[in-house]
Every structure is written in C-alpha cells, then in structure tokens.
Design a binder for this molecule. Structure first.
Ligand SMILES: Nc1ncnc2c1ncn2[C@@H]1O[C@H](COP(=O)(O)OP(=O)(O)OP(=O)(O)O)[C@@H](O)[C@H]1O
Ligand SMILES: [Mg+2]
Length: 278
C-alpha cells in the first residue's frame, strides 16, 4: 500500500461536521499501459452522485469498478480530459481534509497494530481525540467484540473487512467509498451488517458509493444501482431503488425487491433464482 493509499484509507483531517458533498465525474476514462498495447479499462463516463445518496456499483469482474473508486478517491488519475469534483473540490483536497474514507477490497489493515489500534489510528489521523468508547461500540457493531486487541494476522478475511469498515466509519467521512466491503463476510453476518450499518452512513452527512457483487445487497443498501458493462466499463443502466427507508430484511421478501434484483440480474446476464439471491 502506498503512502497516499494509507492516508486515504484512514482519512487525515477534520471535517465530519459538514454536509455530504455532491460528486461529479465528467468524461472520466482510464487506460493503463500494458506492454505495447494500452488496456482500456473505463470508457468515458459522466456520473453524478447526489449529496447524501447511496449508490451501488455492480458489474462483471475486471470491468473497472475498483479503478473508478480509486479515481474518485484521487488515488488514480483519470485519462486526460476527465475530472472528478467532490463538493466542487479536487479529490486530493478532500482527502487531505480527511473527509473521504475508502475501504479497499483487501481490507489493508496495518499488520503491527491491533484491531482497535487500527481504528484508533484513523481517528488520530483525522485529528480527533481517540474515543475508546466509540471505537469499542463500532467494533461491537461489526461483530468484533473480544478481538479488539488482536493483530490482523489473527483475524479471518471477513473479520479484517469488518475492521476496515469500522476504521472508515470512525472518522464520519463526508464521502464513503466501499469496495466490496462484505465480500469475505459470511452470509449471516453480512445480512446483519446490511441492516445495522447503513444508519451510520445514510443521511445528510455522507455520500456513499459502494461496489458489490451481490445484487440483493446492492438493492437493499442503495438509492440507486449502476450496472456496468464488461471492460472497458461504462454505465449501461442506472436503476433507482424506490424501496422506503429504513430498509429491513422484510424488503428482501417484497415483490418490488424481486423485480429489481431480477432486472439487474438480467442486465448482468446472471439468473438469480428467487430465494437464492446472495
Ligand atoms: N494499476 C494497474 N495497472 C494496470 N492494469 C490495471 C491496474 N489496475 C487495474 N488494472 C486492470 O484494469 C482492469 C479493471 O480492474 P479493476 O480492479 O478496476 O476491476 P473490478 O471491476 O474492480 O474487478 P473485480 O470485480 O474483480 O474486483 C483489469 O483488467 C485490471 O487488470
Ligand atoms: Mg474490484
């Protein structure tokens, strides 16, 4: 992990009190050099995330979802001509103010720090007093009670992911970017987190963009689901989720939920039989 990633991962300023920003991506494209050829990962896309909204990004593996998140976080540059504005500001500026948190796909905790120590560091870097009670509360909420003092190597992959989520939430970021936050988390815990965590990030304070491979999770969590094409990725469908909030597991069993997941599944070319949705 680079220094920039480490700083973005944990946040690095003050800034929880302000309102959620609108995020505007314009003509955002990404090409990576790959030998003599260039690898076109993202086709130019225009995208606006409304202030305080939760957007889920779904799409086939390798279509550029993580790349898009990293560009929005200012960790990767878009191709010439593309831009990202977060509340009118450059991503790097927002990151420097500690108003942006990103949970990477691979959790990336500092291995020499305990679980609680990783979360506390995020708070310290956000120039806030370390609030042991709040840290304990968040770790309890993500199901890591009793594991506060162990090191990441002693945690399972799913537990590390949950620690990374707690680390993001402790700074109360204005922009929260979650890359498959529950990918390694078991199904039961995932369901519980899908219900218990959103109150921490929905509302006027935070704009959220999350990547998930689970269609039902996308529908359950988001106000809007963006479906991406295979690489080079572009947004091929933009589906508003008109389920009322707060969401509960009852929504999962509603006819509207089934309609939405089936529609997204069809766009992705996957059949998710009713009752067997991940
Ligand atoms: N730094 C890099 N240099 C070169 N190629 C890269 C780099 N980062 C990503 N890629 C390539 O860009 C493409 C998109 O990668 P990305 O990680 O954004 O996909 P993804 O949609 O997040 O996939 P997954 O669902 O598997 O996580 C892949 O083909 C990958 O090999
Ligand atoms: Mg990815």
């Amino acid at each position: 992990m680079s220094a920039a990633e480490a700083a973005a991962d944990v946040g690095s300023g003050a800034g929880a009190a302000s309102a959620a920003p609108q995020v505007v991506c314009t003509a955002l494209a990404k090409t990576f050099p790959a030998g003599r050829e260039a690898l076109r990962v993202l086709d130019p896309l225009d995208l606006t995330l409304e202030a305080g909204s939760v957007t889920a990004l779904v799409g086939p593996s390798g279509c550029g979802k993580s790349t898009l998140l990293r560009i929005i976080a200012g960790l990767e540059r878009p191709d010439t001509g593309g831009s990202v504005r977060i509340g009118g500001d450059d991503p790097a500026a927002v990151r420097r103010r500690g108003e942006l948190a990103i949970a990477f796909q691979d959790a990336s905790l500092l291995p020499w720090r305990t679980t609680a120590g990783n979360v506390a560091l995020a708070q310290r870097l956000a120039r806030r007093p370390v609030d042991r009670e709040r840290i304990a509360e968040l770790l309890r909420l993500v199901g890591l009670e009793g594991f506060e003092q162990v090191r990441p190597a002693q945690l399972s992959g799913g537990m590390r992911q949950r620690a990374a989520i707690a680390r993001c939430l402790i700074t109360e970021p204005r922009l929260l970017l979650l890359d498959e936050p529950f990918g390694a988390v078991d199904e039961l815990t995932r369901r519980r987190l899908n219900i218990e965590l959103p109150p921490l990030w929905s509302g006027a304070q935070t704009t959220t963009l999350l990547v998930t491979h689970s269609i039902s999770e996308a529908v359950l969590l988001a106000d809007r689901v963006l479906v991406m094409s295979p690489r080079p990725g572009s947004v091929v469908a933009d589906i508003p989720v008109d389920l009322e909030r707060p969401r509960s597991l009852e929504h999962v069993h509603s006819a509207r939920f089934a309609e939405l997941t089936e529609r997204i599944g069809a766009l992705l070319g996957v059949d998710e039989p009713a009752g067997a949705r991940g």
